[in-house]
Design a protein around this ligand. Structure first.
Ligand code: DAH
Length: 453
């Protein structure tokens, strides 16, 4: 499996991937997002060799970077987060209303605005450079992202919009949208999921409004001081600490609103390229500490480069699927893409604090293994995961690598994957699975140049 750069839960971007990978592996994996189990999309389409890629009417030239697949492109525009009564939309609205209520201007109107229709097609510059992800950072890997070509990609996080919105003059906003990352397939991982990003900027007056001695306080150091674990070099200690307090207060009250007043929260120090200091929020839920979001004090150089260098601010990002799965007890991330009434009706017009998802019966799985010799170069497990999804469609519940070894003499690498097939609508017939499995093998041999064993 590729070294994971994104946290297992919110799938947040970490600066220290290796460390984080270790801790991730030691914990039970949980969520992110989905597909839909209830349509019969046994798509047998695999990567076409069309020199162009079309996404929502825009055409892009394919190049060596291209990793988007037709299957993934077909998800663009679905916007589950905007579908009324969808659990992702319910959570979005709850959090949005919390921010609307918490920050009012003098006329009593909300200060925050929400952007939930921004296209997921962004430039690589927006996704990575605008938030200071180092050029050689492994989160940029082709194997982990859906690149459209060298210049464009499907956003891997909603932070891709921070810079452009601050640059447009906004100082209090939420961004909600679908994000895309190549990944393994299981009940808690899906290559499309949804995030909410929040940004709040403060002028001197706004930050120190509640302080008696505001005129003696400053946002910025006059000389340059060193960056410490507590603050950036340009910020004063009072600005950094007050921002931290404001950030943690609003996020804690959001967690209480979602999970109830008695929810236990803890802050874990974290590292993100676009915030310092940074934290993750964990909540104690049903006997486990679960990570639910990443946040921090925005890098001043980001604000400077976006034309807001006289303000300071905080930002946060959270995964909506994760929150929805915890809140509503939803066991399988693919359910979010369901159009089955048995799923959606459970959330319609309900008091959301009471709703718990009642699973409908699961049909039995059919499990098949596949082993092959990998080509000498240019092969990543994520290529295989995408291919399995393209060919097997919604019948694929999980693909897991179960064995890997290198032949002692030839040094060839062999991988063995276990594929779990399951329909949410009916019992699968073994023969039908064997056919799909054979098709996956043939397609992998042809397109990934693997050699079946
Ligand atoms: N964009 C991050 C991710 O997906 C999450 C995140 C962390 C967003 C910290 C933020 C933040 O705005 O301050 O990994």
């Amino acid at each position: 499996m590729a070294l994971r750069t994104w946290s297992y839960a919110t799938r947040t971007l970490h600066l220290k991937p290796a460390l984080h990978e270790l801790s991730r592996r030691c914990r039970v994996r949980s969520l992110s997002s989905t597909s839909h189990l209830f349509t019969n999309s046994n798509s047998t389409q695999t990567t076409p060799q069309n020199p162009q890629v079309t996404i929502q009417g825009r055409t892009f030239a394919r190049d060596d970077f291209t990793t988007v697949t037709p299957k993934i492109i077909s998800r663009v525009g679905t916007n589950l987060h905007n579908q009324p009564n969808h659990p992702l939309c319910i959570i979005k609205e709850k959090i949005r209303d919390h921010f609307y209520r918490s920050f009012l201007n003098r006329r009593g109107n909300p200060l925050f605005s929400i952007y939930d229709h921004l296209s997921p097609v962004v430039t690589v510059q927006q996704n990575f450079d605008s938030v200071f992800v180092p050029k050689d950072h492994i989160s940029r890997k082709k194997g982990d992202n859906y690149y459209i070509n060298e210049e464009f990609m499907l956003r891997a996080h909603t932070s891709a919009h921070q810079h452009e919105l601050v640059n447009a003059g906004l100082d209090a906003f939420l961004v909600v949208g679908d994000v895309y990352r190549r990944d393994e397939i299981d009940t808690s991982h899906y290559p499309v999921f949804h995030q909410m990003e929040g940004v709040k900027l403060f002028t001197h007056h706004e930050l120190f409004a509640k302080c008696n001695n505001a005129t003696n306080l400053s946002l910025f150091e006059t000389g340059s001081t060193a960056r410490t674990p507590d603050k950036q070099e340009t910020h004063t200690m009072e600005a950094a600490k007050l921002l931290e307090f404001e950030l943690k207060s609003i996020i804690t009250s959001m967690a209480e609103l979602l999970f109830g007043k008695d929810i236990q929260c803890r802050w874990i120090e974290a590292e993100f390229p676009f915030t310092h200091p940074s934290w993750e929020l964990e909540i104690f839920f049903q006997g486990e500490w679960l990570e639910v979001l990443g946040c921090g004090i925005m890098e001043q150089k980001l604000l400077q480069s976006a034309g807001a260098g006289t303000s300071v601010g905080y930002a946060f990002g959270l995964g909506l699927e994760r929150l929805a799965m915890i809140l509503f007890d939803i066991p399988d991330i693919r359910l979010f893409w369901s159009t089955d009434n048995r799923f959606l009706a459970q959330f319609r017009d309900q008091d959301t604090n009471q709703v718990k998802f009642k699973p409908f019966s699961k049909y039995p799985p059919v499990i098949q293994d596949m082993s092959f010799w990998c080509p000498e170069s240019d092969y990543e497990s994520n290529d295989f995961y995408d291919l399995v999804r393209n060919v097997g469609g919604e019948l694929v519940e999980q693909v897991a690598m179960i064995d890997e070894f290198t032949h002692p003499k030839t040094h060839r690498k062999s991988h063995c994957y276990r594929i779990t097939y399951r329909s949410m609508e009916r019992t699968l017939v073994r023969e039908e699975v064997i056919q799909i499995h054979a098709l996956i093998r043939e397609t992998a041999e042809r397109e990934l140049r693997v050699e079946a064993r």
